[in-house]
Ligand binder design. Structure first.
Ligand SMILES: Nc1ccn([C@@H]2O[C@H](COP(=O)(O)OP(=O)(O)OC[C@H](O)CO)[C@@H](O)[C@H]2O)c(=O)n1
Length: 331
């Protein structure tokens, strides 16, 4: 039995409808250990061992039907002539998962290494058009997953001089006075997100998201939105938030009750919050920052009344109860 935040005690169902594996920020590179800009240790070679153990675990869980990689598959310090080989090495590890497909998304470190179009192809993203890094899929009747490209509007991942890159630089110029646009120095609160290693969802993608959620709502589906960048200030440090998370959440709210959770990576220590509409926001702890022998991965059990993240080691477990309107949506 579990207690809902509103005080109602509900029985927990034992067998999930289905489950999916989750891992974030592998940032693999065949280079010696290092540290983040803020001095946090990073284990570039060990992270692929964390992924290997994740795949072994998912293979041992009968209910795990697919897995989701939350971006930053390779680290920015990977020598550029070895970027493709590093991405392929990580993809090979995911290919060891026998339960079903792997769904990838783009992170800033992916784009420091390879062009978007090449990543979309190497990561076999099931996008509707070539080079597009956002898509949706329905792994189970009544459930829809949406994968966002959080660097669609960004100063990284587009060639210098590309109209999107130029517009993103102008956007940052207005909001971040620092010469080094990766530095949030002097910015306050959620304004600290206006740094170059973040990005946003562009207008066309916002319209697409609106359409996907409208159809999902009409069909009575529950939706899970996945993005490299977190979209709630309570679930991540402000320096890691998506530039236009409010616009994306406005679209989510327009289809009230359809989206049950937003899952993300990028902010390595992880986080969790429930927003005013009852949407769960879970930022996943990074594989990269696991000291040798430790892990950060998990699988999410999907039950009729809840999502249950079963975390390993440094990834905290999280019980995400659905609000009664969510439960009714596909009853
Ligand atoms: N204050 C800062 C922080 C970072 N940089 C530089 O920005 C680039 C990205 O940093 P990095 O920590 O590698 O980014 P991650 O995507 O791994 O992590 C995101 C954070 O956890 C979000 O909170 C890199 O070039 C840094 O050196 C900076 O200049 N100033």
């Amino acid at each position: 039995m579990l207690t809902h935040p509103n005080g109602v005690v509900r029985p927990s169902t034992k067998e999930p409808l289905f489950s999916f594996g989750v891992i974030a920020d592998v940032q693999y590179a065949d280079i010696p250990d290092g540290r983040s800009f803020l001095g946090v240790p990073r284990y570039y070679r060990h992270s692929i061992a964390v992924l290997r153990r994740a795949v072994e675990r998912w293979n041992g869980e009968r209910s795990v039907r697919f897995c989701i990689n939350f971006g930053d598959i390779v680290d920015g310090f990977c020598p550029k002539d070895r970027s493709l080989a590093a991405v392929q090495a990580v993809v090979r590890e995911f290919d060891g998962f026998r339960g079903g497909p792997t769904y990838h998304m783009l992170g800033n470190h992916c784009l420091y290494n390879l062009p978007r179009s090449e990543l979309v192809s190497v990561l076999r993203m099931p996008s509707a058009s070539p080079g597009r890094a956002y898509y949706d899929f329905s792994p189970w009747p009544g459930y829809r997953f949406v994968v966002l490209d959080a660097y669609d509007f960004s100063a990284v991942g587009w060639p210098r001089g590309h109209p999107v890159s130029a517009a993103a630089r102008r956007f940052l110029e207005k909001r971040n006075p620092n010469h080094d646009k990766n530095s949030p120095s002097g910015l306050e609160g959620t304004d600290r997100r206006f740094v170059m290693f973040n990005g946003g969802v562009g207008e066309a993608q916002l319209r697409w998201l609106d359409g996907v959620l409208r159809r999902a709502e009409r069909r009575g589906e529950k939706a899970v939105v996945c993005s490299h960048l977190p979209m709630h200030p309570g679930a991540a440090s402000p320096t890691g938030l998506m530039w236009n998370y409010e616009e994306v959440m406005d679209v989510v709210r327009r289809h009230g009750g359809c989206v049950v959770a937003c899952l993300a990576g990028h902010v390595h220590k992880g986080g969790y919050a429930v927003d005013d509409s009852g949407v769960h926001h879970r930022t996943l702890e990074a594989a990269l920052e696991c000291p040798p022998g430790t892990d950060a991965f998990g699988h999410v059990e999907v039950h009729p009344d809840r999502l249950r993240l079963v975390g390993s080691d440094r990834m905290a477990s999280t019980e995400m109860l659905l609000s009664p309107s969510n439960e009714l949506a596909s009853a």
